[in-house]
Every structure is written in C-alpha cells, then in structure tokens.
Design a protein around this ligand. Structure first.
Ligand SMILES: Nc1ncnc2c1ncn2[C@@H]1O[C@H](COP(=O)(O)OP(=O)(O)OP(=O)(O)O)[C@@H](O)[C@H]1O
Ligand SMILES: [Mg+2]
Length: 307
C-alpha cells in the first residue's frame, strides 16, 4: 500500500540557507491490511514523510508509491484518508456542516454524505456536538472531528499524523478501537505517534525513525525478541529482623507498605535466592513479576544511540 525508496528531504533555512536534512534515504513498506506505527522523537522526520506521501511537499530525492502508483499520480487520493498533525478548520462551520463539506469535496451525493457523516460523528463520539461550531471545540474534540473527516470517503488507506495527541485516556482508547475497527474492515492504517503503549497494543508492525533514519522495523515481538528479563519484582510479607535486612541488601530497591514489602532484583538469580530466603524465614510471597524490556526501552535505546 505504501512503498518508499531512498526518500530524502533537505530544507534550507534562515538567511544563511543553513541545510537541515529531515530524511536521509528512507526505504520502507506498509502492506495491505496492516496497522503500521511510525515512531520517532520530535523532529525525527515523521510529519515530513507523511506530507511527502500525501503530495503536500516534494522530496529532494528518492521515490514513493501508494497502492503501486507513484505519489505524483493524484488519482489514488480518492482512496486515501488523511489526518494532518495540525488540522485547520473553518471556525464557523458546525461539525455536521464540516463533514458535509468534506463529503462534497469527494463528490459524494447528499443522501450518502448525510448517512456517512451521521455514522462517523457517532463513531468518534461527537453526535451530541454535530450542531456546534468548530471554534467551540476542545482540543480533543478537534482531534476527533479530524479523524471523522479523514474517513468520509471510506478510504482503503488511512494515514494519521499523531491521532492520539491531545486526547484523554478514554479518547485514546476510542481511537485505538477505531483503528482496530478499520483493520477489521480490511483497511490499511499508517500512523505516527509518540504514545508507545498504544503502539504495542494495536500495531502489526512498527518503524522507529531517528534523525531522518529508519533504525528499526518489524513486529513488536520481533523487535523485542532477544531482550532478556530486565528485572524481577517480588512482594512478600512476614519477614522481619536480620532476614529482612539481608533481603533489602540483595535488592536494588525496596518499598514497604504496611506489612508488605516490594523488592526489585536486577536478575533472576538474585530473585531466586531472595525467594528461598523468604521461605526459610517463614515468610510468604504475594507476587513475583518478571519485567521484560518494552518498546519504550527499545525506543529510548535507539534514540540515545549516536551514529
Ligand atoms: N518547512 C520546513 N522548513 C525547514 N525545516 C523543516 C520544515 N519542515 C520540517 N523541517 C525540519 O525537518 C525535521 C523533521 O521535522 P518533522 O516535522 O518531520 O518531524 P516529526 O518527526 O514529525 O516531529 P514531531 O514528533 O515533533 O511532530 C525537523 O528538524 C524540522 O525542523
Ligand atoms: Mg510531526
């Protein structure tokens, strides 16, 4: 659905035309039916990539294809939905009017526009605000109408630039569900984000972009395979005196709440020894949780790497 080959983007900024390289030869692919998460810190080049794909800016090098056709071919746009990073709305239109306008831009008939607007406003939780002017919308409501607008043409490919930004936890969950609902209908979703736990839950594959370079790409499991147990957290009770002091010395950190103590151990070995000591001193283990590396750890590692 999306393919890029050595995509490059350079900007020349300021009076001295200082060169800023936003993309250093990006080669990647998003397959049909996939939910693909495009991750990267601020300034990594995510929005630049999305804008190139949407034909809003021209790359200074490389090439890209949407549904097998070069991005310069505007006919594929009929089949694409796009949520920009900072959408601009006509302040004095109501939500319903704005949806109607979006539908007209695709040449949809009135009946179809009305039905689709109704359905989408309901899906993003804005049915109650359909007659409210957009200038009165909160940030989260603006984000939702932006998503609804992107889906008006029932697109095959949905491209979203930070769809979860500005949303509360309920709103983020709704957006996750919307994305999964689209996937169920066989749509392809390509979105950028900083919110890593969301990505772990819904993405088939992810790509990590750092300073214009793709540092990692694959399924979350692939990227995290080979990562070992990072630490073990054990909560226990009924241990006191010298035994408790030994346990505290073995742990890298402890927190005591009432009669329960939670200790963190750097590796499985230390955790096993601690478990034995709790049993031998007549104590009780309440929980034992191994922590594996998360996508967030990997992200931090890639961002921190110098190249
Ligand atoms: N029109 C422009 N003129 C000059 N530099 C630009 C322009 N657009 C983007 N850049 C630069 O390109 C780099 C990548 O920006 P981009 O907006 O693509 O990052 P991003 O990954 O979307 O970041 P964020 O997570 O903050 O949205 C930045 O260094 C930015 O300053
Ligand atoms: Mg951006």
């Amino acid at each position: 659905m999306i393919r890029t080959e050595g995509l490059k983007m350079e900007f020349h900024v300021g009076f001295f035309r200082k060169r800023v390289v936003a993309l250093k030869g990006l080669t990647m692919e998003v397959k049909r039916g996939e939910v693909f998460g495009f991750l990267g810190p601020n300034g990594a080049g995510k929005t630049t990539t999305l804008k190139i794909l949407m034909g809003l800016v021209y790359p200074t090098g490389g090439a890209a294809w949407l549904m097998g056709r070069p991005i310069s071919d505007s006919s594929v746009k009929r089949n694409i939905g796009f949520l920009p990073e900072q959408p601009y709305f006509y302040d004095y239109l109501t939500a319903a009017e704005f949806m109607d306008l979006s539908g007209r831009l695709f040449g949809m008939r009135r009946k179809e526009r009305e039905a689709r607007a109704e359905e989408l406003l309901d899906m993003v939780g804005l049915s109650g605000a359909k007659n409210l002017q957009l200038r009165k919308f909160s940030k989260g409501m603006q984000q939702r109408i932006g998503i609804a607008q992107a889906l008006i043409n029932d697109p095959e490919l949905v491209v979203l630039d930070e769809p979860m930004s500005g949303l509360d936890p309920v709103g983020r969950k709704q957006v996750r569900d919307i994305i999964l609902g689209l996937k169920d209908k066989g749509k392809t979703i390509f979105f950028s984000t900083h919110i890593l736990p969301d990505v772990e839950v819904i993405c088939d594959r992810v790509g990590i972009l750092v300073r214009g370079e793709l540092r990692a790409m694959g399924t979350v499991d692939e990227l995290l395979s080979g990562t070992k147990v990072k630490s073990v957290e054990m909560t226990f009770a009924g241990v006191s005196g010298e035994n408790l002091s030994s346990l505290e010395r073995m742990a890298s950190g402890t927190v005591t709440r009432g009669s329960e103590t939670t200790a963190t151990f750097g590796d499985q070995e230390a955790a096993r020894a601690a478990k034995r000591l709790v049993f031998e001193s007549g104590g009780e283990i309440i929980s034992l949780i191994p922590h594996k590396s998360s996508l967030e750890d990997l992200f931090m590692e890639e961002v921190g790497k110098r190249k």
